[in-house]
Write a protein that binds this ligand. Structure first.
Ligand code: SAM
Length: 230
């Protein structure tokens, strides 16, 4: 599916989020408190927008590795990262081709929902992260306020799939998007899954009225506060 929509993926991301996706990515990278010299792994990197945001974070320089299994998404990403300290590799997030404890921070932008076995990916992230390394995940959710939720669901179930279908010319991809978001565990449940995968503290932060959640998880700290839902 992602191979088929790769050519219009970035345009639709910016259009359907009214440009907010850039701000969400910046907020995810800011949560990692990068200071320079780190190795950052961006899983499900797609066309590499979050990898680019990690490489562009204000303080210091760092090495960024983006991983995805869609060749077409990566093909577009490769053009965008040219000249930057970013390596893009084709691979599976549930079998990361990196040694234990070699990564300082991991990011996933709107990707974990698409991974067939998300718990396996989370365990792999714990494996490759160094102790006290951080994970930042952006994922779509639904607003908590019932009034907002009903108008958002109208947009999400009716308008978004229509615009997506016309622009991407793909029949199912933008119907799958709201369906997969509604099927994904709510923030409390997903935070608990992150804890079960081996993370210490997990913080879930709603962005833009909760249409997106930022999950920030720390490897280690077994006696830390556990799950914090903001
Ligand atoms: C919605 S896109 C997100 C792309 C990008 N991270 C962003 O922020 O726009 C989801 C990506 O996850 C990738 N993906 C899904 N399952 C994967 C897996 N098991 N391993 C690697 N990539 C995967 C897809 O190929 C797709 O490029």
């Amino acid at each position: 599916m992602f191979d088929a929509i790769a050519g219009r993926y970035d345009l639709l991301n910016h259009l359907l989020s009214a440009g907010l996706d850039r701000r969400w990515r910046t907020q995810a990278i800011a949560a990692l408190d990068l200071t320079g010299g780190e190795t950052v792994l961006d899983l499900c990197t797609g066309t590499a927008d979050l990898a680019l945001a990690a490489a562009s974070a204000t303080k210091g320089a760092r090495r960024v590795v983006g991983l995805d299994f869609s060749a077409e998404m990566l093909r577009i990403g490769i053009e965008k990262v040219r000249g930057r300290n970013i390596a893009l590799i084709r691979g599976d997030a549930t079998c990361i081709p990196l040694a234990d404890g070699t990564v300082d921070a991991v990011t996933i932008g709107f990707g974990i929902r698409n991974v067939e076995h998300p718990l396996e990916a989370c365990r792999e992230i714990v494996r490759v992260l160094r102790p006290l390394g951080k994970l930042a995940i952006l994922e779509f959710s639904l607003p908590r306020s019932t009034i907002l939720r009903s108008s958002y669901l109208w947009y999400f179930r009716r308008v978004l799939p229509l615009i997506g279908r016309v622009i991407s010319k793909h029949q199912g991809a933008y119907t799958y998007l709201p369906q997969s978001v509604e099927a994904f565990p709510p923030p409390e449940a997903f935070s608990r899954q992150l804890r079960e995968s081996g993370f210490g503290t997990v913080r879930a932060v709603p962005l833009t009225f909760g249409v997106v959640y930022l999950f920030v998880a720390l490897k280690g700290e077994p006696n830390g506060p556990g799950v914090i839902i903001e």
